[in-house]
Design a protein. Structure first.
Length: 253
């Protein structure tokens, strides 16, 4: 249906998550490099006059630009789950000073609590702090990590100014207003007559998928071939990452 709309020159707003949607999930974030042919095909799609294309990620915008190698010419970029946006060449951030201070004090406590556990990586994104444990296999160790993070978060989240986001082997604490669905709402306001499409693979995409679904657009869950999508997820269709890749590559000509 989306392909037909594009062929018939109907306006389409195409919003893509990055990790797990355009690239496979890998052990360290800097290895999630976009295949050059896919990058060129995305740029080609974004250059079509009827298409508005955006990449919305949990990464910082600069990290997203570095791993994707995508041109900023026709593509809009949102980082930190919508908390950061690249507008006219500069990165705009939407966190308050109080939120930043709370994030930094939580980061210190997390480092003290988790430093002895092998395979845990604490990523300070400045405006959010993420605990990654993709390299931890033991279920009991994972439970212990999660319990420590939940406890530190609950005791230090003054005035409920932050939220805790659960992703794939990831717990991230970030300002409550950092939400991919806010980015989706902004984009839909920017091009209100475009048909909105959102593609995402993770629990961090659920609110954005719901927002697009409510707006009457297409909310696409992306999975690795043969895997199931997250249960009870708002979505209008599920595609494999490989099929999405083939769809994008059909514009690489
Ligand atoms: Mg993802």
């Amino acid at each position: 249906m989306i392909q037909t709309k594009l062929k018939q020159n109907e306006p389409v707003l195409l919003i893509l998550d990055y990790d797990g949607t355009l690239t496979p999930i890998v052990s360290s974030p800097e290895k999630a490099v976009l295949a050059p042919a896919i990058g060129l095909a995305i740029e080609k799609l974004a250059s079509l006059p009827t298409v508005k294309l955006a990449v919305v990620s949990g990464r910082r915008v600069d990290s997203l630009l570095a791993v994707s190698g995508l041109s900023t010419e026709n593509i809009l970029f949102y980082g930190l789950h919508g908390g950061e946006s690249l507008i006219a060449g500069s990165v705009i951030n939407h966190a308050t000073q109080e939120q930043q201070a709370t994030i930094q004090s939580i980061r210190t406590l997390l480092e003290q609590s988790l430093q002895t556990i092998a395979g845990v990586r604490i990523e300070d994104k400045g405006f959010s702090v993420a605990v990654h444990f993709r390299d931890v296999q033991s279920t009991s160790v994972i439970e212990s990590i999660e319990a420590r993070v939940f406890s530190i978060f609950a005791s230090n989240n003054n005035a409920h100014q932050l939220r805790l986001l659960e992703g794939k082997k990831l717990l991230e604490m970030l300002p409550v207003n950092f939400n991919k669905s806010h980015a989706v709402e902004q984009l839909m306001q920017l091009v209100p007559t475009h048909y909105p499409v959102y593609c995402g693979d993770d629990t961090t995409d659920l609110e954005a998928l719901q927002t697009v679904l409510t707006a009457g657009g297409s909310a696409i869950g992306v999975v690795e071939a043969g895997e199931a999508f997250i249960a009870d997820t708002p979505q209008s269709g599920i595609v494999s990452r490989q099929a999405l890749e083939a769809f994008i590559l059909s514009y690489f000509k």
